[in-house]
Design a protein around this ligand. Structure first.
Ligand code: BES
Ligand code: ZN
Length: 629
């Protein structure tokens, strides 16, 4: 471990001296140093920007939404800052993919001239755009238009919305999709404030991850003064209404879903206050939630001031609100203190899952929180068994790969387990103070894994000594000292499940009447991979599982049904796969279908029907699993 720490510390030291990106302030750098910066081990390999030379610090966006052409036409003005040691003739370098460039200008505020621009062909992940500058220039303006190949925006037909009355548009920028809807320095180590004005058809409400200002001259206007990375810039437009759910929170949704959403999220203010009590003030002003149409490919997305959420968490009984705790927690871990590159993604997600679990414990008690942790840890172990060793590592190597490849349970649940292990080593009180210091000391900055290790070794040496950091951070697998809670209720459920599978009890003998969603999920996951038809019939008869409307339960039940060839579930399976497009639910179901020679045709038929409604992020994954129809 000491060797490991030294390596990481050495890296951190190099980073401090040479790397202008993120939080680090570099001194005056020579030409040799800027060369070294480019060779830096923890520079962002997923961006063609050179923020260590010229960095964008503020964006002015002007966006016109054309629903008929499914195009966004816009202009972005980047405010520029030259970093120390920036070569005199440096160009402004940023990222783009699947965008058409209509023109570029450079100069000083209010005095722009046409500028030479060129596209530097890159990889599948995007190209570079370089705009030539003259000394003293501090503005670059770029006119652009999105294309159908872009993945950052989804344009929906009215039929794909709850009300079926108006079209809808939403963005999903994380990880590297922002570059497909405006040219930007698309790296989480680059932070900028932004303002935007948006024009769209009459009657549509636009919302963004920013403060909404009064409209003027037919433009809906926004501003965010705090600096954020590009992956947090977000927009949605549709037939939206809002309802207050707390002193600083409202929920936005289509009118048809507003009441349900407002009652589902009543605990939002309590959640905010819980995290504030642990880790310091909420620093973003408002915290609102937008409920998206069902094709939203994720559960949630922590866009600042405005969490984007899938409607599949509207269970009616608040049983899936851990997702809100999660996205809210990102207001500290992720949005305030941000992973410097996608290799460091576990700093965003592992910390956030840890905080989410603390919120669930504070609001709903240790029993419920413990159940959620146990469910997550079981899924993690199952998933890990199928991952290559290199993808089981927290500080994952994403060289040459889409950062999406790092989207597994590892950064999330192994990351959170690591923090629980550190907490266990020094006790809650000290660990809470440590985390609060981490958030305060790095607020509005981007940080790397090495930064964290350095901070941990300095501020919490006992934990750094007690825990094998190298094993946890750079090693595959789940270390044996991962703390996993125990739940009496789950032990009972496991026994019932085993007895039912063995045929020693009947469904009627399972007292499931008062089970929570989490207990149901544990029960289904304890039934094994497949059940004989007769057992499936018995379960379905006793508990009406095909008729359940809780999305998590449906997903778990339907996967078991596919693996068990339980044909009575096919109508519900098809309905579930066509009514929502959340990748987490699509993936296991299409995988189970694709792996079964007798069912792959059914899977293909359903996919052909459902695919046009899915988001590009979901089709990207499912095409690989079952083939593009
Ligand atoms: N920031 C993530 C979503 C994300 C990560 C999108 C990487 C694109 C690339 C968000 O906070 C998240 O983790 N969502 C989870 C839900 C959560 C409760 C685990 C999801 O959508 O499944
Ligand atoms: Zn997250």
């Amino acid at each position: 471990m000491p060797g490991f720490s030294r390596t990481l510390l050495a890296l951190a030291a190099v980073g401090f001296a040479l790397f202008g990106a993120g939080c680090r302030s570099a001194g005056v750098a020579s030409g040799k140093e800027s060369q070294l910066r480019a060779d830096q081990a923890d520079r962002d390999g997923h961006s063609r920007s050179r923020p260590w030379e010229i960095r964008s610090t503020h964006l002015e966006l002007e966006l016109e939404l054309d629903f008929e052409a499914r195009k966004l036409r816009g202009r972005v003005i980047h405010h520029l800052r030259r970093e120390p040691g920036c070569p005199k003739d440096a160009a402004f370098a940023c990222d783009l993919r699947a965008l058409e460039i209509r023109g570029a200008w450079a100069g000083r505020e209010g005095d722009l001239r046409a500028a030479t621009q060129r596209i530097v062909p890159g990889t599948d992940f995007g190209d570079g755009l370089e705009v030539a500058l003259e000394p003293g220039d501090d503005r670059v303006a770029i006119d652009f238009e999105t294309t159908a190949a872009g993945t950052g925006l989804q344009w929906l037909e009215p039929a794909q919305t709850a009300g079926r009355k108006a079209p809808f548009l939403f963005s999903q920028s994380q990880a590297i999709h922002a570059r497909t809807w405006f040219p930007c320095q698309d790296s989480p180590g680059v932070r900028a404030s932004y303002e935007a004005r948006v024009r769209c058809p009459e009657g549509l409400e636009v919302v963004m991850s920013a403060e909404k200002l009064p409209a003027a001259d037919g433009w809906q206007r926004f501003r965010l003064e705090r600096p954020i990375p590009s992956y947090l810039i977000a927009i949605a437009a549709g037939r939206l209404a809002s309802a207050e759910i707390g002193p600083r929170s409202r929920v936005w949704a289509e009118p048809e879903q507003l009441d349900l959403a407002a009652s589902e999220f009543v605990d939002t203010e309590k959640m905010i206050q819980t995290i504030e009590g642990l880790y310091g003030p909420y620093r973003w002003g408002r915290y609102d939630i937008l409920v998206l149409p069902p094709s939203f490919p994720f559960g949630g997305m922590e866009n600042p001031l405005l969490t984007f959420a899938t409607p599949t968490i509207l269970a009616g009984d608040r049983s899936l609100v851990a997702l809100i705790a999660h996205e809210l927690a990102h207001s500290w871990s992720g949005n305030l203190v941000t992973n410097a590159t996608w290799r460091d993604f576990w700093l965003n997600e592992g910390f956030t899952v840890y905080v989410e679990q603390r919120v669930m414990e504070a609001l709903f008690g240790p029993e419920r929180a413990g159940m959620e942790i146990m469910l997550a840890m079981r899924s993690l172990k199952e998933e890990m068994a199928e991952l290559e060793p290199r993808d089981q590592i927290l500080h994952v190597d994403l060289d040459g790969r889409d950062p999406d490849a790092g989207f597994t349970g590892v950064p999330y649940d192994k990351g959170a387990a690591f923090l629980r292990r550190l907490e266990q080593a020094v006790g809650r009180e000290r660990f809470d103070r440590f985390l609060r210091g981490w958030f305060d000391g790095h607020a509005f900055r981007s940080v790397s894994t090495a930064d964290f290790v350095e901070y941990l070794e300095r501020e919490l040496p006992e934990a750094a000594d007690a825990v094998d950091l190298a094993l946890w951070i750079e090693g595959p697998g789940l270390p044996e000292d991962a703390p996993i809670p125990v739940s009496r209720a789950f032990e009972t459920i496991d026994r019932k499940a085993a007895d039912f599978v063995a045929g020693s009890i009947e469904a009627g003998a399972i007292a499931a009447g008062a089970w929570t969603t989490q207990e149901w999920l544990r029960f289904i996951s304890s039934l094994g991979d497949r059940l004989p038809r007769e057992r499936m019939v018995a379960l379905d008869r006793a508990f009406g599982l095909n008729a359940r409307r809780n999305s998590e339960i449906s997903c778990a039940w339907l996967e078991l049904a596919v693996r068990s060839h339980y044909e009575a579930a096919w109508p519900r399976l098809e309905e579930f796969l066509c009514e929502q497009g959340r990748r987490k639910f699509l993936k296991p179901l299409y995988k189970a279908l694709a792996e079964d020679p007798e069912l792959i045709a059914l899977g293909r038929r359903i996919y052909a029907r459902a695919r046009p409604g899915y988001h590009a992020i979901s089709t990207g994954t499912i095409d690989e699993i079952i083939g593009r129809p």
